[in-house]
Design a protein around this ligand. Structure first.
Ligand code: FES
Length: 155
């Protein structure tokens, strides 16, 4: 009997696992504010505090996916507000490159996001996490692409 992806999701009560890398100056402070303000949002995201969005090495993202995350996001200060002047510009460039690479590897690009959230934007964080979680529930569990073995003539 073949079990469809939708049936499998229903049977296991699957919930998306999201890893978020949040800049400590803005986005992580927004998460703190959301907590202090007792804002309610889905508990699917695990937040990892980083000094700046520009500190997020592409290997952090790849490791998160390899370790079972269904989605990953990076959140940082708005452009022009980075405490290290241009860390978020660096993050933006890396994000575009990595997103294109992940897409080429067969990963749905909707599973990797970049968001600017300032320390006062707790509501923005709440809405973002809520919508991202809903979108992932529609996408279903991640299916990591398997690399096809190289044909003899490609070696
Ligand atoms: S310090 Fe927040 S993005 Fe650089």
């Amino acid at each position: 009997m073949v079990v469809t992806k939708e049936e499998n999701v229903k049977q296991t009560d699957w919930e998306p696992k999201i890893i978020g890398f949040l800049c400590k100056w803005c986005s992580y402070s927004a998460a703190d504010l959301a907590g202090i303000s007792r804002m309610d949002y889905p508990p699917n995201a695990i937040f990892i505090k980083v000094p700046c969005s520009g500190r997020v090495d592409p290997t952090f993202v790849l490791k998160a996916f390899a370790d079972g995350a269904d989605a990953v996001f990076i959140a940082g200060c708005h452009l022009g507000d980075c405490h290290y002047i241009e860390g978020n510009y660096k993050a933006m460039r890396r994000y575009e490159l990595l997103k294109a690479t992940l897409k080429q590897m067969g990963l749905d690009e909707r599973r990797f996001r970049l968001e600017w959230i300032s320390s006062s934007e707790a509501k923005h964080l709440k809405v973002f996490v809520t919508e991202f979680t809903e979108q992932l529930k529609e996408l279903g569990p991640i299916e990591l692409p398997t690399l096809a073995p190289l044909a003899k003539e490609e070696i």
